[in-house]
Design a protein around this ligand. Sequence first.
Ligand SMILES: Cc1cc2nc3c(=O)[nH]c(=O)nc-3n(C[C@H](O)[C@H](O)[C@H](O)COP(=O)(O)OP(=O)(O)OC[C@H]3O[C@@H](n4cnc5c(N)ncnc54)[C@H](O)[C@@H]3O)c2cc1C
Length: 627
Amino acid sequence: MMTRSMNLVPYPRKITSQTPPDLPVYFSHQFINGPSICSVVIDRNKRPSQWLGRAFENYLAVGVGRYCGASRYWALRRGQGTILEMEQPSLAPTMTSVPTRLWFVEGLAAVFGLVALVMVWRKGRANKRNKFGATPLGKTSRNEVDAKSVGGARAKDDDEDRIDAIVVGAGVAGSALAFTLGKDGRRVLVLERDLNEPDRIVGELLQPGGYLKLVSLGLEDCVDGIDAQKVFGYALFKDGRSAKVGYPLEGLSDDVAGRSFHNGRFIMKLREKLASLSTVKLKQGTVLGLIEENGVVSGVRYRAPDGSEVQVQAPLTFVCDGCFSNLRRNLCNPQVDVPSCFVGLVLVNCELPHARHGHVVLADPSPILFYPISSTEIRCLVDIPGQKVPAVANGDMAKYLLNHVAPQLPEQLKGAFIKAVEKGDIRSMPNKSMPALPKPTPGALLMGDAFNMRHPLTGGGMTVALSDILVLRDMLKPLPDFYDSPALCDYLQAFYTRRKPVASTINTLAGALYRVFCASPDEAMKEMRQACFDYLSLGGVFSSGPVALLSGLNPRPLSLVTHFFAVAIYGVGRLMLPFPSIKRMWVSARLIQGASMIIFPIIKAEGVLQMFFPSMVPTYHRTPPTK
Ligand SMILES: Cc1cc2nc3c(=O)[nH]c(=O)nc-3n(C[C@H](O)[C@H](O)[C@H](O)COP(=O)(O)OP(=O)(O)OC[C@H]3O[C@@H](n4cnc5c(N)ncnc54)[C@H](O)[C@@H]3O)c2cc1C
């Protein structure tokens, strides 16, 4: 969004690969010296986009002299498209054409311009703050140096290339973020340690709220062509009873629903989208560490597939290396909790009792999930509390699943479950939760699971990551570049607050629901679990409200607290009716106390003010740096 008033005048000029490289234009003094400078509106690939500032995507400006009181500059063509409009500089006489009589002068000026250009570039290299120039990423960035060539770091490639941002990790968060930045014209280098299709048991159900974020990011086609299944809600099972809870999708377009799929196929689609942008370069490489100079992150060191160690620099590095992040240490206070593990199996040749719904079995000791991941496969995730799971190799896991889990499953799924256990493809993942506790660091930002995690029971991880990317995209859009790291870091503190209402609602619900859905010997918690099942079975607002929170369709913190305590009060009502007894009153009091002890610590970790009254947090109102 443009934040200042502009006087744009039509400047229709098509730039093709045949267009002579030097395009003379006139700008006022402000162009080089002033804080608010020339604006150019360029239609790139038929998508109009606005470029503010000196560092245009497609143009490089060099001052060559004065003309009628205004400095005159040459904008050297660096790309293709159509200039639609330019800002009318206050001093320049015209911006629409080059007077014929000036061709000779301009020829000379072009030569001077090129010389000046080289000088500007060299100066820019010296102070690493070159704000001019913009080239699409080449094979290797000029920002790259061979880390071993110490004492005269060797520039590996073309001196012309420059990177605006490095993204570490091309999972859900890294790929979506890099695509968004690239679409906004930033030159992005994505480093991913393994470009093969991932084969994991994580990130397989995208909530409808997450799908909507995908649409906003222009990535909705990534769920096409991968046999993704539309999901319309949940079915809950407890003690032989079941309840169906649909997503509140009324009023939304037909394509809006949850989507479940093979995580690897989805990731590959996201990476394909990256490859479609000339501004994004996706490379294989394992990032070994961040380069930090005087508290400012200026890039990363990575190991290339040939084993060489390479350094690459950029004004901003996004760390999206997932739940096992090695790089987050310096960028946040990681307080990782592992309440349980998920054991994953794939069921084939069976139908879910409720087609196109996620299934949650409220089992003992904790929930079991089922959802389709293709037209022929159903994912089963068995939650096992604690950080250790029975060993697969010696058969303890199979015994546990057959003897303890299988008897608790709905009849329709038992046979396929037993076959899947006997087949033996059993995998497990720790279920981590980690509140977002960033240490704001100039030059770097954490995203995705590296930044914030919640229990995966509600399948909210990808929705939070995509929601964060949208918040960040809108904050970064007005910035001409990312070079003023301290000012940018200061500004981005607003991001930590602006993301909160959505992220902390989904996080809190995941943590609280997991606790409520676990079996407990405590009478009060048993009542709470039953009350939750019955409350959701009531239908109407009692199911649509909580499901709207869970699905990311309406993630409002106040609504979360209201429904959570409504469940507790519903539980108390069940205990008190028809006749209250002293024992029931005692259990009711402990139920309210237990509910409070579940939800309040989670809310406290998320930050009460940030979650409920974000606009009262001073950082919320930070504005983009003007420099
Ligand atoms: C068992 C389980 C089930 C889940 N189910 C769901 C679900 O159904 N729905 C949902 O929304 N969420 C789910 N989640 C959460 C979801 O998986 C995550 O929130 C999501 O994957 C986060 O994306 P990410 O990009 O941050 O991390 P990832 O998707 O893990 O991506 C990280 C990427 O970084 C790369 N990388 C790591 N280190 C380096 C390095 N040093 N150099 C270069 N690259 C590196 C990795 O190879 C990987 O590609 C689940 C989580 C778990 C544990």
